[in-house]
Ligand binder design. Structure first.
Ligand SMILES: Nc1ncnc2c1ncn2[C@@H]1O[C@H](COP(=O)(O)OP(=O)(O)OP(=O)(O)O)[C@@H](O)[C@H]1O
Ligand SMILES: [Mg+2]
Length: 229
């Protein structure tokens, strides 16, 4: 459903991605792993329409999306969950959900249900300021919000970054329950998380794909993955 071919992306004169190609099939959970500065977020920004590539193709369901602005890409069914985990801190959780429901014409009950489906505990927090949620709950709120309007593909940038071990488990549970229901590309540096969930992994280093892994045994072998970081 998503096919990126030979993507070159630069910031001014500084090249950030060199000939990146990735393929995502319907229902797959594909991971992008790589060290800080490898170009993972740059890849997501290019797919989501925030950066215009220098060259290369991005096809979504067979149609080119290169050059489309972010809101058009979103309307096609791609939702991008940023790395910064930012919510509207001074608004309530319910209001945060409302802001995501409005642009996609989904009524509030359905929108709230979407979030509660992946994390029933959120019911207790609906009237609280989103800023009072823990980092993990905020991440879950962002994922739940992204599901409103039934997107086809989620791009999730480092969902477990900066979270405590116990909280990472909550995220793992949410993601594994979503597996197969919506296609996902997830940037993740925690290779244990990758090993538990991935159908396919791309190892990225200095803006290039160093290795593609689809073999389950290989994906579960942290040492095998680490040599490509
Ligand atoms: N706005 C920008 N202007 C110039 N260079 C940038 C900009 N954003 C990123 N870069 C550079 O592009 C390269 C890739 O950055 P990117 O943010 O995509 O990496 P990343 O893999 O997401 O890293 P991290 O794991 O730290 O989030 C880095 O060398 C970075 O310094
Ligand atoms: Mg990044």
């Amino acid at each position: 459903m998503l096919s990126v071919t030979n993507l070159d992306v630069a910031y001014g004169n500084a090249m950030a991605l060199h000939g990146i190609s990735i393929e995502v099939e319907q229902g797959q959970m594909v991971f992008i792993a790589g060290r800080n500065g490898a170009g993972k977020t740059t890849l997501f920004k290019s797919i989501a329409g925030f950066l215009e590539p220098r060259s290369g193709a991005i096809l979504f369901e067979g149609k080119s999306i290169v050059g489309l602005p972010p809101e058009k890409v979103a309307l096609l069914g791609i939702r991008y969950i940023f790395q910064d985990k930012r919510v509207f801190s001074n608004l309530t959780v319910r209001e945060n959900i409302e802001l995501a429901a409005y642009p996609v014409n989904v009524n509030m009950k359905e929108a709230v249900d979407k979030v509660l489906q992946i994390y029933p505990k959120m019911e207790n927090f609906l009237s609280l300021r989103a800023g009072s949620l823990s980092g993990g709950q905020r991440q879950i709120l962002l994922i739940g919000r992204a599901l409103i309007g039934d997107p086809k593909l989620l791009l999730i940038d480092e969902p477990t970054e900066g979270l405590a071990a116990g909280t990472i488990n909550d995220i793992l549970n949410v993601l594994s329950a979503m597996k197969g229901k919506v296609s996902m590309v997830i940037v993740e540096q925690n290779l244990s998380v990758v090993g538990m969930l991935a159908d396919k992994v791309y190892m990225v280093k200095e803006g290039k794909i160093m290795k593609e892994m689809v073999n389950k045994a290989e994906i579960n072998d942290k040492m095998a993955m680490e040599q490509f970081l």
